[in-house]
Design a protein around this ligand. Sequence first.
Ligand code: SF4
Length: 468
Amino acid sequence: MALSASSSSIYGSISSSHSSITSHDLKGSLIGSFRLISPATASIRRRLTARAEIKRSDSVSPLAATAVVAPTAPVTSPEVVEKVDTEDYDKLAKELVNASPLEIIDRALAEFGNDIAIAFSGAEDVALIEYAKLTGRPFRVFSLDTGRLNPETYQFFDTVEKHYGIRIEYMFPDAVEVQALVRTKGLFSFYEDGHQECCRVRKVRPLRRALKGLRAWITGQRKDQSPGTRSEIPVVQVDPSFEGLDGGVGSLIKWNPVANVEGKDIWNFLRTMNVPVNSLHSKGYISIGCEPCTRPVLPGQHEREGRWWWEDAKAKECGLHKGNIKGGESAKVNGSGNGAVHTNGSANVPDIFNSQNLVTLTRTGIENLAKLENRKEPWLVVLYAPWCQFCQSMEGSYVELADKLADSGVKIGKFRADGDQKAYAQKELQLGSFPTILFFPKHSSRPIKYRSEKRDVDSLMSFVNALR
Ligand code: SF4
């Protein structure tokens, strides 16, 4: 997604540049600058030592390079990172074909440490950042500032930095090249002779510089963006176009953790997790790129119609984004609608969430669950108090969810967290108010808190599906 300018137009700069990379219009220049790597050739290359020796990229800001660290991040130890042959990536892609984005990003970050970064365009690929944060690992984010982005996108960058406590590693075009282009052809030459030249200066070359400082990158490409051209995107691959830090064929690995995720599920995830989104989405923009080259589209219009609309469709990057994406933000958790945690948990009220498909966890049971690094299956657990009216009001949907997920591989549980258990739940299980809903992923001990106040079956199901 991110790479196709158009396709993911939503992926604004990165996408666009990406698209530039893969599109026929820019390929010529890329081939001239780099070796275009065929999968067959790539598979021959063996090297790729993904050791996280902190070899700093000259292509990104050295300070910013370490800025993105999740507060509770279990910093990846360089010693535990495996050596991987590049031909293993075909095999790995098959192994991970049904893995969740969370699992894939966790794997990528664990393997490449400081030598990998997320390509962020300022659109819905913010989901990648949310997933990275959820892994608890340190991560890096870079973006291409073309100098021509919408003010809303710059504001969104700032919002994302503050929301996640990170610094985005911006890549800027070469000032001399921009100066030469603009002095020669003016500020809007792309309206007259096509966007390729400007994109090459403002996007492709800065992207190339960014990638030369890395051994791997994470994109937001999705299959559903363009069934014609992206239906075969693997979740991980040897980058077919660009070179990484060590240079040469096979020196860069590209991770596409949401390749198999549909756009609507990305947006469900963003809403469920209360992730900030670019305000342009609520103004009709699906594709978000540079301001002069992007416009909103009407419901039902192809997103490509919002990009480089003055050019022949064949000259554009191709992308398909189904659905009418809305950028609404979901309600904040811990608002007044939640039950405050208080001490009257010993009230004699009947228990709730009673179903044969629900597991009642004791204190020992949830302690054991919380300790496991590798669970056989993921768990969704509600921390509740039977006297809490907000717990009572979600009883029907939670029980229905448990019934729907019976035999699905996801366990549904409940833990009564009032009374004597309250202090433990507050300290160890993020209990702030009743009900608190936690997802325990298969491959991480850290539970992920459900932050929305929407507790209907569909919302809870979206949360589970986004993380399972
Ligand atoms: Fe490409 Fe238009 Fe941005 Fe220039 S302003 S880099 S032509 S999208």
